[in-house]
Write a protein that binds this ligand. Structure first.
Ligand code: ZN
Ligand code: ZN
Length: 263
């Protein structure tokens, strides 16, 4: 049971352009549930103008990131790099992302994923924005490449589903860790142990990654930002803190990492 639905949340990772009922409807649902602010995530050249438009249209409650997802690594070009640099100073753009490596699906060849990842980390370093990292079945290369940018780039690992090793490496690199509805799934015992024992509460975020990965008890439906409260309740229980404490702490964490937010 939710203790209190008047608490404020920020969904630090969703795809508002793809949510059921359209962006205005999804944002209303979110705000009714206390999810006052959200960050909508860019993934490929075609959706970057769209996330920018949504963040402008629904300011001040919607922010965005711009970047090329590892699935779309083949679409990373010098032209895209220029676009990222040109738009990094937009007050609605709070991070470069989602970027990273996904060897689970290998929708883009490894070499192209790695190239796009490095290029975008360099851009993040140059423009002084944090990054939202997507990594799946690619822990060794992710850590190796993040180490190349050690001290120059900060950010978070989004929708963390990795090993304890990755969690510790990411934290040591100064990265935060964001937890999605996956933590509520039956088979996610390892992840629950990591949340409980490894991730300090001041380095933790919650997110939906909507429209994907709806948390229990909404599992099976299309996910939407409003549901971040279910993941939050679950994480609060794991950390043995009140929902209010988690709400205040995650807001603080988001503000500290994404400097352009005004929460
Ligand atoms: Zn992702
Ligand atoms: Zn995503």
């Amino acid at each position: 049971m939710l203790e209190n639905n008047t608490l404020e949340w920020i969904d630090i990772h969703c795809h508002l352009d793809r949510l059921e009922g359209g962006p205005a409807h999804a944002l209303k649902l979110a705000q009714d549930a206390g999810v006052k602010n959200l960050i909508t995530i860019g993934t490929e050249p075609d959706d970057l103008p769209l996330v920018l438009e949504l963040a402008e249209k629904f300011a001040p409650h919607v922010y965005c990131t711009i970047g090329i997802h590892p699935h779309e690594g083949v679409k990373y070009t010098a032209e895209v790099g220029k676009f990222l640099r040109a738009n990094a100073s937009n007050p609605r753009v709070v991070a470069i992302g989602e970027i990273g490596l996904d060897y689970h699906y290998n929708q883009s060849p490894k070499e192209e994923q790695i190239f796009a990842f490095r290029e975008q980390l360099q851009i993040a370093a140059d423009v002084g924005l944090p990054v939202e990292i997507h990594t799946r079945d690619a822990e060794a290369d992710t850590v190796k490449i993040l180490n190349e940018f050690k001290g120059r780039v900060t950010g978070l690992i989004h929708c963390f589903t990795g090993t304890e090793w990755l969690a510790k490496e990411a934290l040591a690199l100064g990265f935060n860790i964001s937890i999605s509805g996956v933590v509520t799934f039956k088979n996610a015992e390892d992840l629950r142990q990591i949340v409980k024992n490894i991730i300090p509460i001041d380095r933790l975020h919650v997110e939906t990654d909507a429209p994907f990965l709806a948390p229990v008890p909404m599992r099976g439906r299309p996910n939407t930002s409003a549901y971040v409260v279910h993941t939050a309740q679950f994480v609060a229980d794991l950390k043995n803190v009140s929902l209010q404490t988690l709400s205040e702490q995650t807001k603080k964490n988001a503000q500290a990492l994404f400097k352009k937010l005004t929460l």
